[in-house]
Write a protein that binds this ligand. Structure first.
Ligand code: UDP
Length: 477
């Protein structure tokens, strides 16, 4: 039986887009079996079990395998300052389990290709041993991939950390990037996360191809720069397959109840067309009570209708976003009287929202986002303009791309070095997006991009063609 194996990073944003990739591949080649190998994340990365259960129950040719959990010794966890480093550490330790699982799958199936999330590059040594052609799936944008492929070149040309540079970094196909806006785990050269990503940047070009969740007309300059070989400077660039945007078709299954219409969607039904701004900050975006207060005051003064997802504030002191499991007590973390004063025009949702459904609701006309790449693509796919408020990972980098290059977002600007945003900035930017001529211009831009996305995914479109090319490259019998 013909099969391929996928190795996603278990963080919800990464996992869901990898499973969506599996569905697309199956549409192209229905006779294939797709084995998805999951490892347990070293932190709470969002509840993926309902989503996995639903896919398992409805698509028998997608088969999930769960690797045994690996416990990191305290000597390792205490030296990891970013959640990305924890994932890299767990992955390294998981290689024997991965090898075992691939061998046992091989008893019944011929594995034609292995597609690893870009976090999982440590798996390349396993698949090389087993002679399975390996591809990477990059769940971020082409601009960010260009920066990663170019990292060894930057690394050779300086011995400074990005956080200590006051210059612009010139990356092929990307607007000049302030050094401090490079991805958070890259800011300190001595940090483990930097070393891991640098190591990854050397592995990626050795793969049989890199699959990107983006589409050519969203990031034409970055895609061209990489294909022209400008980003990998010391060897060939593997084929790039821009097959996005991959969007989850029914995201209610990734959160709570599947059958009931969520209350927030019923609330949106009662709101005027194109009147609501939606605020949601990904699976890991957390704010202190002080920051939640500024957001609340800014929203209140903006006079706009809003739908806001609020999570519990962080309770650790390591600046690592690890959300609490429990729902927040809104009365204690939001300003006194706020919920009551705004109840006619605001809806506050605890912990998790059916984001895709919300973005596609007719009442929604703006999105305050942390700039996680899936959220960006979901906004593009729905044609909803963004206010870019980056928090972690490569999100500051994405803000520059969205505001200066693709021009589908306005920036939310921090008032302090540590990222605090004042209520007056929230008020000003929310109004700007929802009411100003500039906001309207951005809205028109993203609606044009929505149409481009549709075209890329349609028969004969660039993303469909890239997917066919990818599947053909496996030379299935
Ligand atoms: N998401 C959601 N509801 C929430 C928060 C997030 O459905 O309340 C989904 C969102 O639609 C997206 C994913 O979780 O598909 C988050 O991925 P993204 O890349 O935007 O951010 P990350 O969480 O990886 O930082």
């Amino acid at each position: 039986m013909d099969a391929i194996a996928l190795y996603p990073s278990p963080a919800i944003g990464h996992l869901i887009s990898m499973v969506e990739l599996a569905k697309l591949i199956l549409n192209q080649k229905p006779s294939l079996y797709i084995h998805i190998i999951i490892f347990e994340p070293p932190y709470n990365a969002g509840s993926t079990a309902p989503y996995i259960n639903k896919v398992s129950a409805t698509i028998p040719s997608i088969i999930f395998h769960h690797l045994p959990s690996v416990t990191l010794p305290p000597s390792v966890t205490s030296t990891c300052r970013h959640h990305e480093s924890l994932t890299f550490e767990v992955l390294r330790l998981n290689n024997p389990n991965l090898q075992q699982t691939l061998l046992s799958i091989s008893n019944d199936y011929t594995i034609y290709a292995f597609i690893a999330d870009f976090f999982c590059y440590a798996s390349l040594s396993v698949t090389a041993q087993l002679n399975i052609p390996s591809y990477f799936f990059f769940t971020c944008g082409a601009g960010f991939l260009s920066s990663i492929l170019y990292l060894p070149t930057i690394h050779r040309n300086t011995n400074k950390s990005f956080k200590d540079m006051d210059t612009l970094i010139h990356i092929p196909g990307v607007p000049p990037m302030p050094a401090k806006d490079m991805a958070k785990p890259l800011l300190e050269r001595g940090d483990k996360a930097y070393q891991f990503l640098l190591d990854g940047s050397i592995h990626f070009p050795k793969s049989a191809g890199i699959i990107l969740n983006t589409f050519d007309s969203l990031e034409p300059r970055a895609a061209k720069a990489m294909r022209d070989g400008l980003s990998v400077t010391d060897g060939p660039t593997p084929p790039l397959y821009c097959i996005g945007p991959l969007i989850v078709s029914d995201d209610r299954s990734s959160g709570g109840a599947v059958d009931q219409k969520p209350e927030c969607l019923s609330w949106l039904d009662t709101q005027p067309s194109k009147s609501v701004i939606f605020l949601c900050f990904g699976s890991l975006g957390l704010f202190s009570v002080a920051q939640l207060t500024e957001i609340a005051l800014g929203l209140e003064r903006s006079g706009q209708r809003f739908l806001w997802v609020v999570k519990n504030p962080p309770c650790n002191d390591k600046n690592m976003a690890i959300p609490e499991e429990s729902d927040p007590d809104l009365d204690t973390i939001l300003p006194a009287g706020f919920l009551d004063r705004t109840k006619e025009r605001g809806f506050v949702l605890k912990s998790w929202a059916p984001q895709v459904a919300i973005l596609n609701h007719d009442a929604v006309s703006g999105f305050v986002t942390h700039c996680g790449w899936n959220s960006v693509l979901e906004a593009v796919h729905a044609g909803v303009p963004m206010l870019a408020w980056p928090l972690y990972a490569e999100q500051r980098f994405n803000r520059i791309l969205l505001v200066e290059e693709i021009k589908i977002a306005l920036p939310m600007m921090e008032s302090t070095e540590n990222g605090f945003v004042s209520s007056s900035e929230v008020e000003k930017r929310v109004r700007e997006l929802m009411e100003s001529a500039e906001g309207n211009w951005i809205r028109k831009q993203i609606i044009a991009m929505k149409n481009d996305a549709k075209e890329a995914l349609s028969e004969g479109g660039s993303s469909r063609a890239a997917l066919s090319k990818l599947v053909e490259s496996w030379k299935l019998k």
